[in-house]
Every structure is written in structure tokens, then in C-alpha cells.
Design a protein around this ligand. Structure first.
Ligand code: KIV
Ligand code: ZN
Length: 510
């Protein structure tokens, strides 16, 4: 199988299973297109039997994203496989990924099946999937806690049945690099045709070792790593794609492996996934955290100024992190703006350019320097948002340390303009109460966060809120140089998303 390591991205499947994350099909498509620019080898687009949204997401991506293999997940049963195939069949490179649990604990308590029945089911699933496509991946869920002899048996049978990729998941993030490396070695030594198929690993991060475990597996012969952007995934997440790729690249001297990924797309991909999922990136996160390339202490700064390699093992440019230089100003016209977007790798429709250009003009009036980060934030906010049912038309706030904060808001919808005022514990609370009076208040504010997009007193403020209703969560983002306006926009964006999803659901069911 040579020196290549295949990068299998599961941001849209396992990543989307992160608590609180829910992407609509347009957002999934945007992320998939960016993953294709990143040049991952495989995109696991979803678990089509799980929901109508998942099914449509996989189908949209299969039809429209060219380049990578598109994988569609199915439990080891014919119904799941039929649905997985139906969703992925239009891809130029479709893969069916089927799985069944193999640990005693899962077989006994979850599946209530004997080991023989599990092998029989796995073989049937692989053979059945093979009728649809030649590219079939088989995973032994909870492989790490399974009996090794049983793993050898089931993988041998799956390969005989036609599996072309064998995946070894650490479903509960339990293993260590030493043990996992040894497990891969043992499988390689004992499964007759394992060298004829791709050997994949899928590590969860419960003990913070997912990346190390995946790399230990590569050192022992694995040649596909399943991972997710920003380490998203069930519970503590999956192995982080950017850490895996930068480790393989930066330490090529040690791993001696090639991978296809275009590292200069890492930063943009990470930002996009964080924005669309509403999952912030911790500042000290390896590779993509805000501090990953910041040198604080005098000794380090001095060293880096004298020679970068004193304290930098990789460059910010290698992940596509640009210096925050001024790129456009208030006199820049539509043509220059369009050209800048193209240079930055965005392909927007004329309508999208028009909307973003008018936001850019507003911003350039308020802010002296408009940087690439500002433009990225504008595109992410304006292009990837849902249609506005409620639109903020006017906002007035009065606040201070000796007065009761009050807010007046005007909001329009297709039919009318509404105005309400309210008092609150603080100016944002007052604004939210006034908005509730107009839009109805049947939802709960679950999360509120604010951060500056760039430095400086006139920085754009980015607010992310999450509201919930009937057990479902809705994310909203707002952007403005005024943080109260950004807060109002974020809250309304979450309410708009709630309406949008309910209307879509209604349309789909009628
Ligand atoms: O963690 C896991 O075992 C999985 C499988 C479906 C591959 O996500
Ligand atoms: Zn998983």
C-alpha cells in the first residue's frame, strides 16, 4: 500500500454527532466543498438512515462535491445499506461504510447477539453493500475492547466477503499509543489478506490520546486515519484532522508518510467549521488556536525575531494563516472587492457578492482597516445564514451603572414593522426581552459568547448564541463593530433559524 496515508474526514458524520451541533444541508454542503478544497481523500457525509436531514445532506454532497470519495454510513443491516446507497449513489466515488459492534460488552448488552451471529451479520452486510459499489468499508465498533482473536476472525471474514477497507475504532477513547500500535501490528501479522486492503483507524479522544493513538497505528502499518476538523465528535471528540496532518507533515522525517491534504486550507476549514457549528476553538488548541503562533514571553519574541525556527516548528503560512494586513478600504469598489474574494478562494454568486459588498461598505465606514479576517467573517455571516423571517431595523439602548438598562427595538417581518421596549438586568438582557415581546418567548437562551474578530478598539465583535425550544438547539451569529447590535443580530439569527427549520420541516411533511 506504499507510503500514503489516506485522510478520512468524519466532521459531517461523527463531528455532527457532537452535543449541540446541528447543521442544515446547505451548511453541510459548504463544509464538504471546503473539505474538497482541503483535498481530504474521503468525506464521510452522514448517516442517512438517522434522519431525513442526514439523508438529504449526503445526497446533496454526493451530487455536488467532486474529488474525494463520499462515504455513507450504515449499520450492518440491509435496510440501512439500501438507504445509505440511495443517498450516496450519485457520487463519482461512492463508498458504503458499514459497522457492527464486536466487544463482548456491546454484543451482550446492546446487540443481544452471539459472536457467531455478529460475524454472520457482518458478512451479509459487506456482501450486500458490494452489490451496490466496489468500495466497501467495514468497521468493528469498540474494536479496542474486543477480543483480539474475535477481531481477527471477523476482519478475515469481512475481507473474504469483499471489504476493501477494514476500520479499527477506539470507540470509547480507551487505548494508549503503545497498546494500539501493538493491536494494529497483531492484526497485520494474523489476518492473511490485510495487506491487500486499506487498514483504517478511528480514535476518540476521551483520554486526550486520539491523535497519538492514530499516529502510533500509522507507525505500525495503518494507512487510513479517520479524523474530524477541530477534533469534533461524540463526547470528547475524534482525532483532530489538523493535528494529524501537521504532525505527518512537520515530522515527515519520522513518519515517512505522504498525505494529500493541502495544508494551506487548514485555517480556513477550521474557521468555517467553528462558525457553522458554533463550537469555539480553545485559544491554545494545537495548530488552529488563536495562540498557536503567538509568542508572548520576551525571550521567545526575541528568538523569533532573530530566527523564526528558534521557537516555530511550523509556519503560520503553512496552514494558510495570513498576516492580518489591511486589504481594502472605504474607497475600494465592487470590482476590487470581487477580486479579493476570488483571491481568498471564495466562489460566490452575484447576489451573494452584492450582499457581502454592501456589508463591507458599512464596515469600511465604521472601521479604518478592513482585513482578510474581517472579510472572512462577513462572508461566513452573510452567505451562510438562513433567510431572515425577522429583521432588525432599529435599536436604541440606554444603560449605565446608575440607571435601569432599557432597550427599544424595531423588527420587521414580511407583513409589518413591530416596536417594543423593555428593561433588563443589563443592556443585552433588555434587548433580548424587547425582542421576545415581538417574536414570542417560548425559547431558552442556553449559551452566549462574544469575541473580537481582529485586534484594535474598532474590531468587529462576533456574538454566538444558542437557544433551545422543545429540546432542540438553534444557533445564531451576529457581527458588528457594536457589541449590542451584534448581540441583537445573533439572537434574531437563532430565532430565524428556529423558524426556518420549522417551516422546512412543515414543507417536507406536506
Ligand atoms: O466510534 C465508532 O466506533 C464509530 C464507528 C461507526 C466507526 O464512529
Ligand atoms: Zn466514532
Amino acid at each position: 500500500m506504499g507510503d500514503k496515508v489516506y485522510i478520512f474526514d468524519t466532521t459531517l458524520r461523527d463531528g455532527e454527532q457532537s452535543p449541540g451541533v446541528s447543521l442544515n444541508k446547505h451548511e453541510k454542503l459548504e463544509i464538504a466543498k471546503q473539505l474538497a478544497r482541503l483535498k481530504v481523500d474521503i468525506i464521510e457525509a452522514g448517516f442517512p438512515i438517522a434522519s431525513k436531514g442526514d439523508f438529504e445532506g449526503v445526497m446533496e454532497i454526493a451530487k455536488r462535491v467532486k474529488g474525494p470519495v463520499i462515504a455513507s454510513l450504515a449499520r450492518a443491516n440491509r435496510k440501512d445499506i439500501d438507504v445509505a446507497w440511495e443517498a450516496v449513489r450519485y457520487s463519482e466515488h461512492p463508498r458504503i461504510h458499514t459497522f457492527i459492534a464486536t466487544s463482548d460488552i456491546h454484543m451482550k448488552y446492546k446487540l443481544k447477539m452471539t459472536p457467531d451471529q455478529v460475524v454472520e451479520r457482518a458478512v451479509d452486510a459487506v456482501k450486500y453493500a458490494k452489490k451496490y459499489t466496489s468500495d466497501v468499508e467495514f468497521s468493528a465498533e469498540d474494536a479496542v475492547r474486543s477480543d483480539v482473536k474475535f477481531l481477527i476472525r471477523i476482519f478475515t471474514e469481512a475481507i473474504k466477503a469483499g471489504a476493501t477497507v477494514i476500520n479499527v475504532p477506539d470507540t470509547v477513547g480507551y487505548t494508549t499509543p503503545w497498546e494500539f500500535g501493538q493491536l494494529i501490528k497483531e492484526l497485520k501479522e494474523n489476518i492473511p489478506d490485510l495487506d491487500k486492503v486499506v487498514v483504517s483507524v478511528h480514535c476518540h479522544n476521551d483520554l486526550g490520546m486520539a491523535v497519538a493513538n492514530s499516529l502510533a497505528a500509522v507507525n505500525n502499518g495503518a494507512n487510513q486515519i479517520e479524523c474530524a476538523v477541530n477534533g469534533l465528535g461524540e463526547r470528547a471528540g475524534n482525532a483532530s484532522l489538523e493535528e494529524i496532518v501537521m504532525a505527518l507533515n512537520t515530522r515527515k522525517d519520522f513518519f515517512k508518510k505522504e498525505c494529500n491534504v493541502d495544508t494551506t486550507q487548514i485555517y480556513r476549514t477550521s474557521r468555517l467549521v467553528s462558525t457553522l457549528t458554533g463550537m469555539p476553538i480553545q485559544p491554545n488548541k494545537a495548530v488552529v488556536g488563536d495562540n498557536a503562533f503567538a509568542h508572548e514571553s520576551g525571550i521567545h519574541q526575541h528568538g523569533v525575531l532573530a530566527e523564526k525556527s528558534t521557537y516555530e516548528i511550523m509556519t503560520p503560512e503553512s496552514i494558510g494563516l495570513k498576516t492580518n494586513k489591511l486589504v481594502l478600504g472605504k474607497h475600494s469598489g465592487r470590482h476590487a472587492f470581487r477580486k479579493k474574494l476570488e483571491e481568498m478562494g471564495y466562489t460566490l454568486t452575484d447576489d451573494e457578492i452584492n450582499i457581502t459588498f454592501s456589508r463591507f461598505k458599512d464596515l469600511a465606514d465604521k472601521k479604518k482597516e478592513v482585513t482578510e479576517r474581517d472579510i472572512e467573517a462577513l462572508v461566513e455571516h452573510e452567505v451562510f445564514s438562513v433567510p431572515e423571517v425577522f429583521k432588525l431595523e432599529y435599536l436604541h439602548v440606554s444603560s449605565g451603572n446608575k440607571i435601569i438598562p432599557t432597550a427599544t427595538v424595531k423588527i420587521s417581518n414580511e407583513e409589518a414593522l413591530f416596536e417594543e421596549a423593555a428593561c433588563g438586568d443589563g443592556p443585552i438582557d433588555a434587548v433580548y426581552k424587547a425582542i421576545d415581546k415581538i417574536t414570542g418567548n417560548g425559547y431558552r437562551l442556553e449559551e452566549y459568547s462574544i469575541k473580537a474578530v481582529t485586534g484594535g478598539k474598532d474590531a468587529l465583535g462576533e456574538v454566538v448564541v444558542r437557544i433551545s425550544k422543545d429540546g432542540k438547539h438553534y444557533l445564531g451569529r451576529g457581527l458588528s463593530t457594536d457589541i449590542i447590535e451584534a448581540s441583537a443580530k445573533a439572537y434574531l439569527a437563532a430565532i430565524n433559524r428556529l423558524y426556518y427549520q420549522q417551516v422546512c420541516k412543515h414543507r417536507n411533511s406536506t
